[in-house]
Design a protein around this ligand. Structure first.
Ligand code: UD1
Length: 415
């Protein structure tokens, strides 16, 4: 089992590039199933979750090859509609294959994605929606069996703007007769990236605010798409710059999608400047406190950036308050941060961070993907060496994070 050894450093300086967005490439790889031809997807990050999605596509019969950052999926011949338990478990978000497998095969058989590190992840919104679109769903022994009847577009009102449910509905709707309309749909930028892909793949989908309309698709022989930059990866590197101090630049990103994070870091006293697709963060004086951070669906503050921002605020003057409204159990990084000397109190969905003057390197573990990123940030500001275990979580969403830390002048080693 590998681990990361990170040494505290006094100042960061350097420029790094954001990769393609994990939360965009995963649904788009699943979406290649709806286009029975060659799908060329550029700017794919090299991540464990992407490998898992590729394994599922191959299992279903797709021919997949990677050429650097480009993944080419030929989905002309699909030979199966089942996804075995071991492949479902490899990736938490494997449920995004439900809609596209059903759209393509009219049937699907897959196990429940199961529990995960962020608490139970129900899929009731996905199931209710596919039923409404004309799919018969049964469950036995943890296996979800779905058979499509005559699928017809409908109006679907989501009780909560679930990202995954919105994606599944969009993809299933491409195989429905007539028009599907999703109300209270998720508005995350990755949803727009998926819509852009669907339109290139011969479908017709459009979003107006919280409403998305989809009309069936016609297969194209060749589709090409470039994955948008990862806004959470961008936020993580900005939080590194804010936490340690210095002068850090993140290139190839979309600054407009991380405004809630740059706003919080500006409140804390960092100097942010934006030039086209580059964000630069400078911080020389100690950080101050920020307004309470409440995680919300987009365009609110992203739950995925909560842990990295919390890590950046551990040594800020005064107190910072976090309210997590999206996931239960998303404070698992807190006990690990406290092992390093952080002062954090959690009561239900609220966490209060009191700034401390010092953090100390010790042995900790990555409790989940973004919690792992938070441990890296804290380690970069701590005295001495921090040993981070269970870094497979970090590898799910960051391409060799140690290379980024070192490129910015930090000290990180994978053992
Ligand atoms: C996606 C992102 C994840 C991000 C999350 C919220 C991907 C691959 N993952 O996850 O990084 O943290 O959005 O921005 O894009 N819920 C239900 N029933 C359902 C579906 C969801 O109760 O059927 C609940 C979940 O338990 C959770 C909340 O709704 O509490 C948000 O879930 P959702 O928006 O679906 O997140 P994901 O698509 O799983």
């Amino acid at each position: 089992m590998s681990k990361l050894i990170i040494e505290g450093c006094p100042r960061l300086s350097g420029s790094v590039s954001a990769n393609g967005a994990k939360n965009s490439v995963l649904p788009i790889l699943a979406a290649t199933l709806i286009n029975a031809g060659e799908n060329v997807i550029h700017n794919c990050p090299d991540l464990r979750d992407v490998d898992s999605a590729v394994n599922i596509l191959r299992h279903l019969g797709c021919k997949v090859r990677r050429e650097g950052k480009t993944i080419i999926v030929n989905s002309s011949n699909i030979t199966r509609y089942d996804i075995p338990d071991n492949l479902m478990r490899e990736m938490r978000s494997s449920v995004i294959f439900l809609g596209p497998v059903l759209a393509r095969c009219g049937k699907s058989s897959m196990s429940f994605p199961g529990g995960c590190e962020l608490g139970p992840r129900p899929i009731d919104l996905h199931i209710d929606a596919v039923k409404k679109l004309g799919v018969n769903v049964t469950e036995s022994g943890g296996i979800l069996e779905c058979t499509a009847g005559k699928m017809t577009g409908k109006d679907i009102i989501l009780p909560f703007p679930s990202v995954g449910a919105t994606e599944n509905i969009i993809l299933l709707a491409t195989a429905c007769h007539g028009r599907t309309r999703i109300r209270n749909a998720a508005q995350e930028p990755e949803i727009d990236d998926l819509i852009a892909f669907v339109n290139k793949a011969g479908g017709m989908a459009a979003r107006r605010g919280s409403e998305i309309e989809i009309i069936g698709t016609q297969t194209r022989e060749h589709t090409e798409h470039t994955i948008m930059p990862d806004r959470i990866e961008t936020a993580t590197y900005l939080c590194m710059g804010a936490a340690v101090g210095g002068d850090v630049e993140v290139r190839n990103t979309y600054p407009q999608y991380v405004e809630t994070i740059t706003e919080a870091l500006t409140q804390a006293g960092a100097e942010i400047s934006v030039r086209k697709d580059i964000i630069r963060i400078k911080r020389d004086k100690p950080l101050g406190s920020i307004k309470p951070v409440r995680t919300m669906p987009y365009p609110g503050f992203p739950t995925d950036a909560q842990a990295p921002l919390m890590a950046a605020m551990l040594k800020a003057r005064g107190s910072s308050i976090f309210l997590e409204t999206i996931f239960e159990n998303r404070y698992r990084h807190v006990s690990e941060l406290m092992r390093m000397g952080a002062d954090i109190k959690v009561a239900g969905r609220v966490a209060v961070v009191e700034g401390v003057t010092r953090l100390f390197g010790t042995k900790v573990r990555a409790t989940d993907l973004r919690g792992g990123a938070a441990m890296c940030i804290a380690a970069m500001t701590a005295m001495g060496k921090t040993e981070i275990d269970d870094i497979h979580h970090i590898d799910r969403g960051y391409e060799k994070i140690e290379n980024v830390i070192n490129a910015l002048g930090g000290r990180a080693l994978r053992e």
